[in-house]
Write a new protein. Structure first.
Length: 666
């Protein structure tokens, strides 16, 4: 396989050839005991965590992983799905050297332990250099490259970024234009480092030889590869970070108004990566090959299909800059799995739904041990259909940015419990609590009793950049501080957790978190709008899609289409553009005058049931939509005709349904 490294003499790309056959890194894998029950987790915990010898930083855990398999492939990348047979490959030794170069470059550019380097990049090898080299030198801030310039600028200012890494000018892409406008509006920014696509594909738009203009006077613009080329690659030029140092910033929730930026430590990322490996593969399991299609500005892409894999000397296959957003990756998915002998991948429900439409075509998928699911609820029908067609197990998990990434996972040694998010990670506490109106813990919930889901452990973050966002975040129980996840859950007698709802109002579209305020605030500024409420409408493909309800001011006249056009024009985040606007005479309110959004969700679910009844030729005799404390949203209907057809259709949605047949009375 061809592999690539930075040429330290010229800063260019030097291709080499390697006789290693695809998949050889999986040869001779030994099995490790898998976790089956909560008792297995408790047995692991009999050895104190302090005796496990975890590395002190993400840089050190990468060093440890590289030492296990220095000459084995660590990172394979192809810019187009059609080129997956001829990737660019880094061995572990080469990858660690490039990360070290990046770290020394950032320190030379003035990134100290408390300074921030932000990146606005697609999935590229350089993205990993920036993440892990940047964390060694200072703090790395991941920013979604799909955001508009105004939102990027707001995040750069809120995070106090000193340097920005982004794509240089690229024909057909507008990322440089958006990022440079954002950079010009970020006063604390000292410079911009650019990355090019051309070295990775002859099909990539050619921007070689162009010198990007500085976004504003006094702002340096450097080429990342050239700047890295002269840096030392065998050791850091400075003291490495400690476990309690801040490693990264991640935006969670909204991206406008007051951005909610989470501060994470080296300890939290190292621990979570290590604990996830134990939870999915067992203690001391050998290296595995993971396919990465999720974005690297997301915690799952960075940790599950990055740091955790390399911590054991494993292999990451980075599938194109767009990942799963690249239709070619979906269409070539099974061929990629076969070629690289992929052992696991992570995906959101939309990806599983898309893969159901791709023929396997006799491919050898025997290497594939499981697919992980997180970030969005998985419809039961989709879960069953995927496993039935592919015979690949889906492992459902749960986590949040504030908990590094994962907090619980279904045990691979145990039976799948569809709808459950599994057992807690070893060495991390997870509990369901009954809270009073002040948000204080009254007691732990009983078995199967719903309550607030809380976590405590080494993976919990260090708070938000703006402490004002921490109101109601921490729960004190017996002098210990717990993180209130904002989710509602129950725990069964075997220790499995089941989500029953969300207190926080985030709309989760294909694993992408959308703060309703991003939609509501711009629309509320319209002179005809009195009130606006954005909610997530259940969707068979994306999990949820944003829709908007409005109440007009007395005497105002405007069509729903005009308001929809206005919303799209004024909401900077594309994923947050509502799919519909519905004007009601009055929005439902609580007794204290707050908009009661559950009533709006109820309307949407009822509409979905009616639409699917019509599509299946089923006549509804009765319908009610309720929110049960231990199951979440439930659509209960009696029908004339084929109840099974309607039940099957509704199985594609994340809400529960009970459809029963009835007969007409004379």
């Amino acid at each position: 396989m061809p592999h690539v490294q930075l040429n330290t003499r010229s800063g260019g790309i030097e291709l080499k050839r390697n006789s290693r056959r695809d998949g050889d890194e999986n040869a001779g894998m030994r099995s490790a005991p898998l976790i089956s029950t909560l008792c297995d987790i408790e047995a692991i915990e009999r050895v104190p965590l302090s005796e496990r010898g975890l590395p002190s930083s993400t840089y050190e855990i990468l060093r440890s992983g590289a030492a296990q398999n220095p000459d084995a492939p660590a990172l394979s990348f192809f810019a187009r799905a059609a080129d997956h047979a001829s990737p660019f490959v880094w061995t572990h030794a080469e990858l660690f050297r490039d990360i070290t170069r990046a770290a020394n470059l950032f320190r030379r550019l003035g990134i100290g332990r408390a300074d921030v380097v932000a990146f606005v990049l697609p999935n590229l090898p350089e993205t990993h250099f920036v993440i892990w080299g940047g964390e060694a030198a200072g703090i790395v801030f991941a920013i979604n490259p799909l955001l508009e310039a105004e939102s990027i600028a707001e995040l750069l200012r809120a995070g106090g970024a000193k340097w920005l890494v982004t794509l240089g000018p690229t024909p057909g892409l507008d990322l440089w234009e958006r990022a440079s406008r954002a950079a010009a509006a970020a006063p604390a920014l000292r410079g911009v480092l650019t990355v090019e696509l051309t070295p990775y594909s002859t099909h990539a738009p050619n921007s070689a030889g162009r010198s990007p203009p500085a976004p504003r006077e006094g702002l340096a613009v450097l080429a990342l590869r050239e700047a890295m080329s002269g840096e030392k690659d065998d050791a850091l030029n400075f003291e490495p970070p400690s476990a309690e140092d801040i490693s990264s910033y991640f935006c969670t929730g909204g991206t406008t108004g007051l951005p909610k930026i989470a501060k994470r430590t080296h300890r939290s990322e190292v621990f979570d990566s290590w604990a996830m490996q134990i939870a999915t593969w067992g203690l001391d399991a050998p290296a595995r090959t993971y396919l990465c299609g999720l974005p690297l500005f997301h915690v799952n892409g960075q940790l599950v299909t990055g740091l955790a894999v390399w911590s054991r000397g494993g292999h990451v296959v980075l599938a194109t800059p767009e990942g799963y957003r690249d239709r070619g990756v979906i269409e070539s998915f099974w061929a990629i799995v076969e070629r690289y002998r992929v052992n696991a991948f992570s995906a959101v429900p939309t990806v599983y739904a898309a893969l159901l439409q791709v023929p396997i075509g006799g491919r050898d998928l025997s290497s594939l041990e499981f697919g992980a699911r997180g970030a969005a609820p998985m419809p039961v029908e989709l879960f069953r259909a995927f496993e039935a067609k592919t015979h690949i197990r889906i492992v459902e998990a749960y986590g949040l940015t504030e908990g590094a990434c994962a907090s619980s996972v279904n045990p691979r040694g145990g039976k799948s419990r569809i709808g459950s998010v599994g057992l807690r990670l070893p060495y991390q506490d997870m509990a369901v609590m009954v809270l009073n109106e002040a948000g204080e813990c009254v007691r732990l919930a009983n078995i199967d009793e719903p309550g607030a889901l809380a976590i405590r452990g080494p993976n919990v973050f260090a708070g938000y950049v703006n402490p004002a966002h921490e109101a109601g975040l921490w729960i004190t129980r017996e002098s210990e501080s717990w993180l209130n996840t904002g989710d509602l859950a129950r725990q069964d007698a075997d220790g499995y957790f089941w989500l029953t709802g969300r207190k926080k109002e985030l709309i989760i579209r294909g694993g992408h978190n959308i703060d309703p305020k991003v939609i509501e605030e711009p629309v509320s500024a319209h002179p005809a709008v009195a009130l606006a409420a954005a909610i997530g409408r259940p969707d068979a493909r994306s999990g949820e899609i944003p829709v908007l309800y409005v109440q007009l001011k007395p005497g105002s006249e405007i069509s729903e289409q005009e308001l929809l056009d206005y919303a799209i024009a004024h909401i900077p985040e594309r994923a947050a553009h509502p799919k519909s606007v519905t004007a009601l005479p009055a929005l439902p309110l609580t007794a204290v005058g707050k908009i009661f959004k559950p009533a709006l969700v109820q309307r949407e679910i009822a509409d979905i049931v009616c639409a699917n009844a019509a599509a299946t030729g089923t006549e509804l005799a009765s319908l009610e939509v309720v929110q049960e404390s231990n199951r979440g949203w439930l659509a209960r209907a009696s029908v004339f005709g084929d109840a099974a057809a309607l039940s099957s259709a509704l199985g594609a949605y994340a809400f529960a349904s009970e459809i029963t047949p009835t007969t007409r009375s004379n």
